[in-house]
Write a protein that binds this ligand. Sequence first.
Ligand code: PGA
Length: 250
Amino acid sequence: MKRKLVIVGNWKMNGSIADLKQFIKDLKPSVSDQVDAGLCVPYTLLSTLKEEANGINFKIGAQNMHYNESGAFTGEISPDMLLEIGVDTVIIGHSERRSYYNETDETVNLKLLKAIEKNLHPIVCVGESLEQREKGMAKDICKRQVENAFKGVLKTDAENVILAYEPIWAIGTGKTASSEDAEEMALYIRNVVKDIFDEITADKIRIQYGGSVKPSNVEELMAMPNIDGALVGGASLKAEDFAKLIDLNI
Ligand code: PGA
Protein backbone atom coordinates (compact mmCIF):
# COMPACT_ATOMS: atom_id res chain seq x y z
CA MET A 1 0.00 0.00 0.00
CA LYS A 2 1.19 3.50 -0.85
CA ARG A 3 2.32 5.48 2.18
CA LYS A 4 0.62 8.88 2.69
CA LEU A 5 2.40 11.50 0.62
CA VAL A 6 4.16 14.31 2.46
CA ILE A 7 4.84 17.37 0.32
CA VAL A 8 6.78 20.14 2.01
CA GLY A 9 7.93 23.47 0.62
CA ASN A 10 11.22 25.02 1.61
CA TRP A 11 11.21 28.78 1.13
CA LYS A 12 14.94 29.02 2.00
CA MET A 13 15.86 32.72 2.47
CA ASN A 14 12.83 34.08 0.62
CA GLY A 15 9.50 35.68 1.39
CA SER A 16 7.90 38.41 3.47
CA ILE A 17 5.02 38.37 5.94
CA ALA A 18 2.73 39.84 3.28
CA ASP A 19 3.83 37.20 0.74
CA LEU A 20 3.13 34.41 3.19
CA LYS A 21 -0.33 35.68 4.15
CA GLN A 22 -1.36 35.87 0.51
CA PHE A 23 0.24 32.48 -0.21
CA ILE A 24 -1.70 30.64 2.50
CA LYS A 25 -4.94 32.35 1.50
CA ASP A 26 -4.46 31.20 -2.10
CA LEU A 27 -3.29 27.72 -1.13
CA LYS A 28 -6.00 26.87 1.41
CA PRO A 29 -8.56 25.42 -1.02
CA SER A 30 -5.99 22.84 -2.16
CA VAL A 31 -5.00 21.64 1.32
CA SER A 32 -6.69 18.36 2.27
CA ASP A 33 -6.27 15.29 4.42
CA GLN A 34 -5.30 13.21 1.38
CA VAL A 35 -1.75 14.55 1.40
CA ASP A 36 0.33 15.90 4.30
CA ALA A 37 1.47 19.33 3.18
CA GLY A 38 3.56 21.96 4.88
CA LEU A 39 6.03 24.76 4.54
CA CYS A 40 9.46 25.47 6.03
CA VAL A 41 9.92 29.21 6.17
CA PRO A 42 12.50 31.62 7.61
CA TYR A 43 12.28 32.03 11.40
CA THR A 44 10.72 35.50 11.10
CA LEU A 45 7.73 34.04 9.24
CA LEU A 46 6.98 31.08 11.50
CA SER A 47 4.50 32.82 13.81
CA THR A 48 2.61 34.17 10.81
CA LEU A 49 2.54 30.71 9.24
CA LYS A 50 1.19 29.24 12.46
CA GLU A 51 -1.61 31.83 12.58
CA GLU A 52 -2.54 31.69 8.91
CA ALA A 53 -2.54 27.90 8.68
CA ASN A 54 -4.73 27.50 11.72
CA GLY A 55 -7.33 24.76 11.26
CA ILE A 56 -5.88 23.13 8.15
CA ASN A 57 -3.71 19.98 7.81
CA PHE A 58 -0.46 21.83 7.35
CA LYS A 59 3.03 21.40 8.79
CA ILE A 60 4.66 24.43 10.36
CA GLY A 61 8.33 23.94 9.58
CA ALA A 62 11.68 25.53 10.36
CA GLN A 63 14.69 25.06 8.09
CA ASN A 64 17.21 24.33 10.84
CA MET A 65 17.72 24.34 14.59
CA HIS A 66 20.55 23.94 17.08
CA TYR A 67 21.09 20.72 18.99
CA ASN A 68 21.68 22.52 22.27
CA GLU A 69 18.89 23.75 24.50
CA SER A 70 20.29 27.24 25.09
CA GLY A 71 23.56 29.06 25.55
CA ALA A 72 26.24 31.11 23.84
CA PHE A 73 25.45 30.25 20.22
CA THR A 74 25.00 33.62 18.56
CA GLY A 75 22.55 33.56 15.69
CA GLU A 76 21.16 30.11 16.46
CA ILE A 77 17.66 28.89 17.35
CA SER A 78 16.86 26.24 19.93
CA PRO A 79 14.19 23.55 19.64
CA ASP A 80 12.25 25.03 22.58
CA MET A 81 12.14 28.42 20.85
CA LEU A 82 10.58 26.75 17.82
CA LEU A 83 8.12 24.78 19.92
CA GLU A 84 7.06 27.89 21.82
CA ILE A 85 5.70 29.48 18.66
CA GLY A 86 3.98 26.34 17.40
CA VAL A 87 6.55 24.85 15.04
CA ASP A 88 6.09 21.09 14.57
CA THR A 89 8.56 20.18 11.81
CA VAL A 90 12.22 20.89 11.14
CA ILE A 91 14.55 20.26 8.22
CA ILE A 92 17.86 18.75 9.33
CA GLY A 93 21.04 18.59 7.26
CA HIS A 94 19.86 20.26 4.06
CA SER A 95 22.73 20.14 1.55
CA GLU A 96 22.97 23.94 1.60
CA ARG A 97 23.58 23.78 5.34
CA ARG A 98 26.06 20.96 4.90
CA SER A 99 28.02 22.83 2.24
CA TYR A 100 27.81 26.50 3.38
CA TYR A 101 27.65 26.08 7.16
CA ASN A 102 29.83 23.07 7.77
CA GLU A 103 27.08 20.77 8.94
CA THR A 104 28.40 17.26 9.20
CA ASP A 105 26.93 13.81 9.65
CA GLU A 106 27.76 14.25 13.32
CA THR A 107 25.80 17.51 13.78
CA VAL A 108 22.95 16.04 11.74
CA ASN A 109 22.86 13.11 14.16
CA LEU A 110 22.88 15.41 17.22
CA LYS A 111 20.08 17.49 15.73
CA LEU A 112 18.02 14.43 14.88
CA LEU A 113 18.37 13.05 18.40
CA LYS A 114 17.35 16.41 19.85
CA ALA A 115 14.39 16.85 17.50
CA ILE A 116 13.11 13.39 18.47
CA GLU A 117 13.56 14.13 22.18
CA LYS A 118 11.58 17.35 21.74
CA ASN A 119 8.85 15.84 19.59
CA LEU A 120 9.67 17.94 16.58
CA HIS A 121 9.01 16.13 13.31
CA PRO A 122 12.36 15.86 11.50
CA ILE A 123 12.98 15.87 7.75
CA VAL A 124 16.53 14.59 7.33
CA CYS A 125 18.17 15.38 3.98
CA VAL A 126 20.69 13.14 2.29
CA GLY A 127 22.10 13.11 -1.22
CA GLU A 128 25.20 13.01 -3.37
CA SER A 129 26.97 15.69 -5.40
CA LEU A 130 27.38 15.48 -9.18
CA GLU A 131 31.03 14.51 -8.80
CA GLN A 132 30.12 11.74 -6.39
CA ARG A 133 27.40 10.47 -8.74
CA GLU A 134 29.77 10.48 -11.69
CA LYS A 135 32.28 8.47 -9.70
CA GLY A 136 29.58 5.90 -8.93
CA MET A 137 29.51 6.81 -5.25
CA ALA A 138 25.88 7.98 -4.92
CA LYS A 139 24.68 4.94 -2.98
CA ASP A 140 27.69 4.80 -0.66
CA ILE A 141 27.29 8.49 0.20
CA CYS A 142 23.61 8.15 1.00
CA LYS A 143 24.21 4.97 3.00
CA ARG A 144 26.84 6.70 5.12
CA GLN A 145 24.62 9.76 5.65
CA VAL A 146 21.60 7.67 6.66
CA GLU A 147 23.60 5.35 8.96
CA ASN A 148 25.29 8.27 10.70
CA ALA A 149 22.07 10.25 11.06
CA PHE A 150 20.35 7.33 12.79
CA LYS A 151 23.09 6.55 15.33
CA GLY A 152 21.44 6.07 18.71
CA VAL A 153 17.90 6.48 17.33
CA LEU A 154 15.30 3.94 18.48
CA LYS A 155 13.34 2.15 15.81
CA THR A 156 10.03 3.32 17.28
CA ASP A 157 11.26 6.89 16.68
CA ALA A 158 12.88 6.17 13.33
CA GLU A 159 9.61 5.23 11.68
CA ASN A 160 8.35 8.78 12.20
CA VAL A 161 11.38 10.45 10.67
CA ILE A 162 10.99 11.72 7.12
CA LEU A 163 14.03 11.16 4.92
CA ALA A 164 14.53 13.43 1.92
CA TYR A 165 16.69 12.09 -0.89
CA GLU A 166 18.00 15.22 -2.57
CA PRO A 167 20.74 14.78 -5.16
CA ILE A 168 22.69 18.03 -4.88
CA TRP A 169 23.02 18.36 -8.65
CA ALA A 170 19.22 18.51 -8.97
CA ILE A 171 18.65 21.25 -6.39
CA GLY A 172 17.73 24.61 -7.87
CA THR A 173 19.20 23.60 -11.22
CA GLY A 174 16.05 22.66 -13.09
CA LYS A 175 17.62 19.22 -13.62
CA THR A 176 15.40 16.64 -12.01
CA ALA A 177 16.57 13.09 -11.41
CA SER A 178 14.60 10.80 -13.69
CA SER A 179 11.79 9.12 -11.82
CA GLU A 180 13.56 5.77 -12.34
CA ASP A 181 16.82 7.09 -10.82
CA ALA A 182 14.98 8.71 -7.92
CA GLU A 183 13.03 5.48 -7.31
CA GLU A 184 16.22 3.41 -7.41
CA MET A 185 17.82 5.64 -4.78
CA ALA A 186 14.68 5.74 -2.60
CA LEU A 187 14.49 1.94 -2.68
CA TYR A 188 18.18 1.71 -1.86
CA ILE A 189 17.75 4.10 1.09
CA ARG A 190 14.76 2.09 2.31
CA ASN A 191 16.95 -1.01 2.30
CA VAL A 192 19.59 0.83 4.31
CA VAL A 193 16.88 1.64 6.88
CA LYS A 194 15.90 -2.04 6.86
CA ASP A 195 19.48 -3.07 7.58
CA ILE A 196 19.78 -0.57 10.45
CA PHE A 197 16.37 -1.33 12.01
CA ASP A 198 14.01 -3.89 10.46
CA GLU A 199 11.53 -4.44 7.67
CA ILE A 200 8.57 -2.94 9.53
CA THR A 201 10.45 0.32 10.15
CA ALA A 202 11.65 0.43 6.54
CA ASP A 203 8.12 -0.11 5.35
CA LYS A 204 6.71 2.71 7.48
CA ILE A 205 9.31 5.41 6.97
CA ARG A 206 8.48 8.07 4.39
CA ILE A 207 11.14 8.98 1.84
CA GLN A 208 10.76 12.21 -0.09
CA TYR A 209 12.49 13.14 -3.29
CA GLY A 210 13.79 16.70 -3.63
CA GLY A 211 15.45 18.54 -6.49
CA SER A 212 13.58 20.63 -9.07
CA VAL A 213 10.18 19.10 -8.33
CA LYS A 214 7.55 21.07 -10.22
CA PRO A 215 3.97 20.67 -11.50
CA SER A 216 5.16 19.05 -14.74
CA ASN A 217 7.12 16.22 -13.08
CA VAL A 218 5.46 15.71 -9.70
CA GLU A 219 2.92 13.07 -10.69
CA GLU A 220 5.46 10.81 -12.33
CA LEU A 221 7.82 11.05 -9.35
CA MET A 222 5.10 10.56 -6.75
CA ALA A 223 3.71 7.54 -8.56
CA MET A 224 6.95 5.66 -7.85
CA PRO A 225 6.39 3.02 -5.16
CA ASN A 226 9.23 4.09 -2.88
CA ILE A 227 8.83 7.86 -3.20
CA ASP A 228 6.45 9.12 -0.56
CA GLY A 229 6.55 12.85 -1.05
CA ALA A 230 8.66 15.80 -2.07
CA LEU A 231 10.77 18.54 -0.57
CA VAL A 232 10.31 21.51 -2.85
CA GLY A 233 12.32 24.71 -3.12
CA GLY A 234 11.66 26.94 -6.13
CA ALA A 235 8.19 25.62 -6.97
CA SER A 236 6.98 26.21 -3.41
CA LEU A 237 7.33 29.97 -3.71
CA LYS A 238 4.24 30.46 -5.87
CA ALA A 239 0.92 29.33 -4.40
CA GLU A 240 -0.38 28.46 -7.87
CA ASP A 241 2.49 25.99 -8.42
CA PHE A 242 2.57 24.59 -4.91
CA ALA A 243 -1.20 24.04 -5.03
CA LYS A 244 -0.65 21.75 -8.02
CA LEU A 245 1.99 19.81 -6.08
CA ILE A 246 -0.25 19.10 -3.11
CA ASP A 247 -3.46 18.49 -5.02
CA LEU A 248 -2.57 15.04 -6.34
CA ASN A 249 -4.62 12.00 -7.13
CA ILE A 250 -2.19 9.16 -6.53
P1 PGA B 1 14.49 23.00 -5.61
O1 PGA B 1 15.06 22.83 -4.12
O2 PGA B 1 13.11 22.40 -5.61
O3 PGA B 1 14.49 24.48 -5.87
O4 PGA B 1 15.41 22.25 -6.50
C1 PGA B 1 14.87 21.65 -3.40
C2 PGA B 1 15.44 21.75 -2.02
O5 PGA B 1 16.46 22.43 -1.82
O6 PGA B 1 14.90 21.14 -1.09
